[in-house]
Ligand binder design. Structure first.
Ligand code: 1GP
Length: 231
């Protein structure tokens, strides 16, 4: 199956941050964990150098490796796919489409368009770095979050809607409501998943769970999230 289509069957992904250090043994455990893919991405301190470094380390393993682009200067060739966040609940259109248009203007002929996958991002933790940087209105009610998600799904036909609660376990009832409102988009959920229990709860509310911070705070527990949603 082509990797772009394979996203439709991903249940679990780990997100690793080029700006944080991971020992070789930890990276090996992550890449061999049985997760469906490794996303490389972070909200701050992501550079070309630390992204190349992490890509080359992940490439020792067979797991698909995709870059979630947050900074144009840190776009590195050689990833399997590139996830392109479009922040739906931003107050600043730069984060919805402005930076994207500038990238296309500057690098159009270099962009591997067929490897790009847009994500309709809805940021719901007002205290996370992504919310501050992307100027998100993170105070959405459940019906409004579902409304944004439906625009992403039914009007814009984005393949992924991503509910981002980075750093905290979100409102999983809201996540379920958003999930039920979608027809075609795949629902990614990320935020506060740290062990098998939180993975199961979040996994029941969405299509794909994203586990990030826990890799750096308690790796052993973080690794149990894979079997929790994939077995
Ligand atoms: C962050 O959604 C991911 O972009 C995962 O969130 O770091 O809280 O696991 P956590």
């Amino acid at each position: 199956m082509e990797l772009k289509q394979a996203i439709g069957s991903w249940r679990h992904v780990f997100k690793i941050d080029p700006d944080r250090s991971l020992a070789e043994a930890a990276l090996e455990a992550i890449c061999l964990s049985g997760t469906d893919a490794v996303i490389v991405g972070g909200s701050s301190g992501v550079t070309y150098e630390n992204t190349v470094d992490l890509l080359s380390r992940v490439r020792q393993f067979e797991v698909p490796c995709v870059l979630e682009v947050s900074d144009l200067e840190a776009v590195v060739p050689g990833f399997d796919l590139y996830l392109i966040p479009m922040v739906l609940n931003t107050k600043n259109p730069d984060w919805l489409i402005g930076h994207h248009a500038r990238a296309a203007h500057k690098y159009s002929f270099l962009i591997p368009w067929e490897q790009l996958i847009p994500e309709g991002y809805i940021i719901l933790n007002p205290d996370c770095t992504a919310a501050a940087i992307a100027e998100a209105d993170a105070s959405l009610t459940e019906p409004m979050a579902a409304a944004y998600a439906q625009i992403a799904d039914k009007l814009l036909h984005l393949p992924i809607v991503y509910l981002e609660y980075s750093g905290m376990l979100g409102d999983l009832e809201l996540v379920s409501t958003v999930h039920r409102s979608l027809s075609d988009s795949r629902l990614f959920y990320g935020g506060g998943i740290k062990d098998a229990d939180t993975a199961r709860l979040a996994g029941a509310a969405c299509d794909t769970i994203v586990v990030g911070n826990a890799l750096y705070s308690d790796l052993e527990q973080a690794l149990t999230t894979v079997a929790a949603v994939k077995s």
